[in-house]
Write a protein that binds this ligand. Structure first.
Ligand code: AMP
Ligand code: GLY
Length: 428
């Protein structure tokens, strides 16, 4: 079948890498893609939010399956757009409809859903500018640090964690009255701080049944030792050593099953990935957030461990046949180290020539922000490349990722040299 992937990051390159290995894929397109996807698929110059151009392309090129990478088109209702069109309603889309995508598109929706279905998460309350004063009072009843979340999508920047009450109250006011995060902070969720170790679990569902994909841990901060500004993700490891079978069983019973049941109960026909951001507090899982897509760079460590045919799996998801599929997961450990442009996540320059790509042999090189002018490849984003190593343990896999991170060069290159080190200290 002909397949279209929407997106342009490392996650989409990992999707394309895996899909291009399937004999079931005839022609693969990525919109808009990057220099990495251009090597294995055809990039098309269409934005992920331009639904009418996507629709024309899908019809003209007889696309049977669309895999949506980022959350934005899902929250904007790409699935609903296809369902409402006579020409597109039979196209298989991997990703939930607008209502299901609210699990990521509105923190208040997600918290209310968890509360209704008794899914463990931090205690919370939601405020608007009408009850700003109550919000300030609510903050004063909590213990520091204070967690404030813009309700809507804010490009991963909508969460503020502050140690001081007066600063938290000031920020709440700024978010609500001055719309610090635009429309997204018209409503603000205030929640209790959860103190534990973070990890992510990924679920693929056809709306009826589900499969649990390998767990992963992502490193969000720019600086070593988890310091500095938040980023999209500087590296990832899969599997997570402390997410043993007993822990995953708890996640399944207390979180995954009630989530799937809750969606059914709300008449949300959810077809796609559910990315569950978790906090492990003394071996008990709590949900920090839902995302309605795969993670980036988590996909770059999860997919290389999936032995099953990915297209067959996605087809089964779209056709409601997931119950009959058995996933085969590689027991090897995967690590990915992300090379970023100097200055990221703040201002950075693009267009730097990348060298050494041909000198790395032991990793899978996933492109994130790259562009090409053959034979040259240039930086074209904050996160530039994700270098995935596979090995018998974290150390083994990391040696490969780090070696490649050293070899590849571009002006301003930066990467964290401590990805995974915390997990090597962790007793199994
Ligand atoms: P989110 O966008 O909801 O994933 O939040 C971004 C980051 O903020 C998470 O990855 C956590 O590191 C942190 N965070 C969010 N909510 C909480 C919480 N209730 N307690 C502690 N940390 C949190
Ligand atoms: N790496 C975190 C995310 O994809 O949201």
């Amino acid at each position: 079948m002909n397949i279209l992937i929407l997106g342009s990051g490392g996650r989409e390159h990992a999707f394309a890498w895996k899909i291009s290995q399937s004999p079931l894929c005839k022609k693969l397109y990525v919109a808009p893609g990057n220099a990495g996807t251009a090597e294995i698929a055809e990039n098309i110059d269409i934005s992920v939010n331009d639904f009418s151009k996507i629709a024309h392309f899908v019809i003209k090129h007889q696309i049977e399956l669309v895999l949506v990478g980022p959350e934005d088109p899902l929250v904007k209702g790409i699935r609903d757009f296809f369902a409402e069109s006579t020409h597109l309603k039979d196209v298989k889309i991997i990703g939930p409809d607008k209502q299901g995508a609210q699990l990521e598109g509105s923190k208040d929706f997600a918290k209310a859903f968890m509360s209704k279905y008794q899914i463990p998460t931090a205690a919370y309350a939601t405020f608007t500018k009408k009850n700003l004063q109550e919000g300030k009072e609510y903050l004063s009843t909590l213990k520091p640090p204070y967690v404030l979340k813009a309700d809507g999508l804010a490009g991963g920047k909508g969460v503020v964690i502050l140690p001081e009450l007066d600063k938290a109250q000031e920020t709440l006011q700024d978010m609500l009255l001055n719309e610090k995060f635009g429309e997204a902070s018209k409503q603000v969720v205030i929640e209790e701080y959860l103190d534990g170790i973070e990890l992510s679990v990924f679920v693929l569902t056809d709306g009826q049944d589900y499969k649990i994909l390998p767990s992963a841990k992502d490193y969000k901060r720019i600086g070593e030792g988890d310091t500095g500004l938040n980023t999209g993700g500087m590296g990832a490891i899969s599997p997570v050593p402390f997410a043993d079978d007993a822990f995953i069983k708890k996640v399944e019973d207390k979180i995954i099953k009630p989530t799937i049941e809750g969606l059914k109960n709300e008449n949300i026909h959810y077809v796609g990935f559910i990315f569950i951001g978790l906090m492990n507090i003394n071996t008990e899982p709590y949900v920090i957030e839902y995302n309605v897509r795969m993670g980036d760079p988590e996909t770059q460590v999860v997919l290389p461990r999936l032995k099953s045919d990915f297209v067959e799996l996605l087809q089964a998801v779209a056709e409601g046949r997931l119950a009959r599929i058995t996933l085969e997961i590689d027991p090897l450990t995967a690590t990915t180290v992300v090379l970023v442009s100097g200055g990221y996540p703040e201002n950075y320059e693009k267009g730097k020539n990348i060298s050494g790509l041909g000198d790395v042999a032991e990793v899978i090189t996933f492109h994130a922000g790259t562009s090409q002018e053959p034979p040259h490849i240039f930086t074209n984003g904050g996160r530039v490349l994700a270098l995935t190593g596979l090995g018998n343990d974290i150390r083994d896999a990391l040696t490969k990722s780090n070696q490649a991170a050293q070899t590849i060069q571009f002006e301003g290159k930066y990467y964290r040299k401590d990805i995974g080190l915390d997990l090597m200290k962790e007793p199994k």
